[in-house]
Design a binder for this molecule. Structure first.
Ligand code: CP3
Length: 356
């Protein structure tokens, strides 16, 4: 699988090595805001059909790279493939988000869960990774990903998205041991899954902790961060003779950056509520930062978007260790030209921050 990368500035920035400009990619860069995605999605039938058909997953992974000068590709899949493989019966109802036919609520439900075989039930994901790597042929690095154990537990216990997380937090407060048992099997599952993605060719890893921010500070450490750290510790440092950088993104986690910086990850995803200069000062050169434009800012005019990009680059300041991104996924009704304006502005303005 040794193939030389034509553009590795994303990997270098994650390791805080010198770069000529700030790399850029977008969370959910393959998705409904792109007409070419909507076309393939319609042909495929459901979103899950797209995920489980490696040729289609590969096609939509590449789509945003053909449209924009992005510095990384991200595997087209979903964080909920693991609970799906555990037999929870995942469906995506149109306009409603994910739903599980068999949510996890009792001790018996939790004891029944087994670590899925990444090359068994989840082989379609590994086949997609292998095909995408082959198709990319070294254009840019490929990011593999998974949900954090805590975030997966949120969907598995709630059975769907939630406003207040009453069921999953109720279980955590009422039966913390049971919660730890659930998080343990999820950490083992996520670690096996990400290890297999790396073996299949993923060159960087991102852990999405979308719901860590709903916890108190102590509970965040005990129920979210500890398991994210456990996953990190189970990953190889290198593959193919090159370090595989890892990014931890806790949405709403800006208040805990110091603790996150000690969890073993090479970089932290930051949302728009934490200024990058403050984040950079607080993590003290331990990790790189990825972010942090508000995805809603893409509804503004291209001129405003360009000014926002400049302000974010200035806020991070001189030197490597910054990957430009949105602070959360791009929204489905954003004008693709506005995403293009953001990416072009990163290319135009960022070389000035890498001169010294
Ligand atoms: O970033 C990318 O381009 C890679 C693909 C990707 C998807 N989901 C595709 C997707 C990634 C990295 C994810 C991660 C994911 N999935 C997260 C963590 C990141 C975050 O947004 O916080 C979460 C919480 C999920 C669970 C999930 N999947 C939800 C809540 C939904 C429904 C909400 C929605 O946007 O409709 C999905 C569906 C989903 N995952 C879509 C895509 C492109 C939309 C499906 C469609 O085409 O109808």
């Amino acid at each position: 699988m040794t193939s030389s990368l034509q553009n590795d500035c994303f990997l270098r920035a994650l390791l805080r090595e010198p770069v000529e400009r700030t790399p850029v990619w977008m969370m959910r860069q393959a998705g409904r805001y792109l007409p070419e995605y909507r076309r393939v999605r319609q042909q495929a039938g459901s979103f899950l059909d797209l995920c489980t058909t490696p040729e289609l997953a590969c096609e939509v992974t590449i789509q945003p790279l053909d449209r924009y000068p992005l510095d990384a590709a991200i595997l087209f899949s979903d964080i909920l493939t693991i609970p799906h493989a555990m037999g929870l019966g995942l469906t995506f109802a149109e306009g409603e988000g994910p739903r599980f036919a068999h949510p996890v609520r009792t001790a018996a439900d939790i004891q029944r869960l087994a670590v899925p075989d990444p090359e068994g039930e989840l082989r379609y994901v590994m086949d997609a990774v292998r095909l995408i790597r082959k198709t990319l042929a070294g254009r840019v690095p490929l990011i593999g990903f998974a949900g954090s154990p805590w975030t997966l537990a949120c969907y598995m216990v709630e059975g769907a998205g939630s406003r207040d997380f009453a069921k999953v937090k109720g279980l955590m407060y009422d039966q913390p041991r049971l919660m730890h048992q659930l998080l343990d099997v999820l950490a083992d599952s996520v670690a096996a899954y990400l290890n297999a993605q790396i073996a299949a060719g993923a060159q960087a890893i991102m852990l999405f902790d979308t719901w860590g921010g709903v916890l108190s500070a102590e509970d965040y450490r005990e129920f979210s961060l500890a398991y994210a750290a456990k996953v990190r510790a189970a990953l190889p440092k290198e593959a193919d003779g090159r370090r595989v950088p890892t990014v931890l993104f806790t949405k709403g986690g800006g208040q805990w950056l110091e603790a996150m910086a000690d969890s073993g990850y090479d970089a932290l995803g930051v949302d728009w509520t934490t200024p990058l200069n403050e984040a950079r000062a607080r993590v003290g050169g331990k990790v790189a930062l990825q972010g942090n434009m508000d995805p809603v800012a893409l509804y503004a005019s291209p001129e405003t978007i360009r000014a926002k990009v400049k302000a974010i680059l200035e806020q991070y300041g001189q030197g490597s260790g910054h990957v430009f991104n949105l602070g959360h996924g791009i929204l489905p009704d954003v004008d693709p030209a506005h995403a293009g304006a953001m990416i072009a502005a990163v290319h135009e303005y960022s070389p000035a921050f890498h001169k010294a």
